[in-house]
Design a binder for this molecule. Structure first.
Ligand SMILES: Nc1ncnc2c1ncn2[C@@H]1O[C@H](COP(=O)(O)OP(=O)(O)OP(=O)(O)O)[C@@H](O)[C@H]1O
Ligand SMILES: [Mg+2]
Length: 234
């Protein structure tokens, strides 16, 4: 199920204000690309532009070489791009099962996709009829990931999934990301916490003021902490 996603030269605006400049990345099946950058660097905008939620004014989106540029937002997930938005965006009044059923509707996937998504998160199976707003933070993040998996994506994009979570929940999510990577998914992981990134990333792209400034292999980053100081300030 190796997939690739390529973004070439996105320019995205909020009104007159430019939020992405010549934003380009390449994801490959079985690899994790981490996008790192300070608050306001444009990480979320980059994901929303890929999903067609905030369409770029210029640029191309390719999945396995197919041109999806200018497709409307409802079409993008049908091409196998799963998205876990920042802050999870669950329907908090609905149960775990109902949130997952909404995920299934996106691509008309069925019970098998649901079972597969739940197989990564046994705790959600135990809580299938619980109202999702009453789950712990870690469980809510798991549900947001499971919902994204309901479309059986070949590409998965996660926007700060570990934000505000306890170390044990962070570790659980990291293990799932590693499993999904090893199954061949192409993964884009947005983080601000470097410790959440180092164990899973193959490549790290540093973003600042709407641009990718530098892209390095994870080993280069480990040997060069000055990069972190420069782009994330740690
Ligand atoms: N809906 C919006 N309308 C106008 N400007 C916006 C909107 N959303 C984001 N911006 C601006 O675009 C820029 C990039 O924001 P974005 O949310 O993509 O950053 P981010 O890197 O995800 O930050 P964070 O780490 O805080 O999540 C910021 O200057 C932000 O103020
Ligand atoms: Mg963000």
């Amino acid at each position: 199920m190796a997939a690739s996603l390529e973004v070439i030269g996105f320019d995205t605006f909020y009104g007159q204000s430019q939020a992405l400049r010549e934003f380009s990345i390449r994801l490959e099946g079985g690899k994790v690309l981490c996008l790192l950058g300070r608050n306001g660097a444009g990480k979320t905008t980059a994901l929303k532009s890929i999903m067609g939620i905030i369409p770029p004014r210029k640029g191309k989106l390719l999945i396995d070489g197919n041109d999806l540029s200018e497709k409307p937002a409802y079409e993008i997930p049908k091409h196998g791009i799963g998205y876990v938005p920042q802050g999870r965006r669950l329907f908090s009044e609905l149960t775990v099962r109902e949130n997952l059923e909404i995920g299934l509707l996106t691509r008309s996937t069925g019970k098998q996709a649901l079972e597969h998504a739940l197989s990564y998160f046994p705790v959600l199976r135990e809580r299938i009829n619980q109202v999702s707003g009453t789950l712990s933070g870690g469980e809510q993040t798991m549900l947001a990931i499971a919902r994204a998996l309901c479309i059986e994506p070949s590409v998965l994009m996660l926007d700060e999934p570990t934000e505000g979570l306890m170390p044990s929940a962070i570790a659980a999510i990291r293990d799932v990301v590693i499993k999904l990577r090893d199954e061949g998914k192409a993964i884009l992981l947005v983080e601000q916490r470097v410790d959440a990134v180092i164990p899973v990333a193959d490549t790290v792209a540093f973003m600042d003021h709407g641009e990718i400034r530098e892209t390095v292999a994870i080993d280069v980053l480990k040997d060069n902490p000055a990069l972190l100081q420069k782009y994330v300030g740690v």
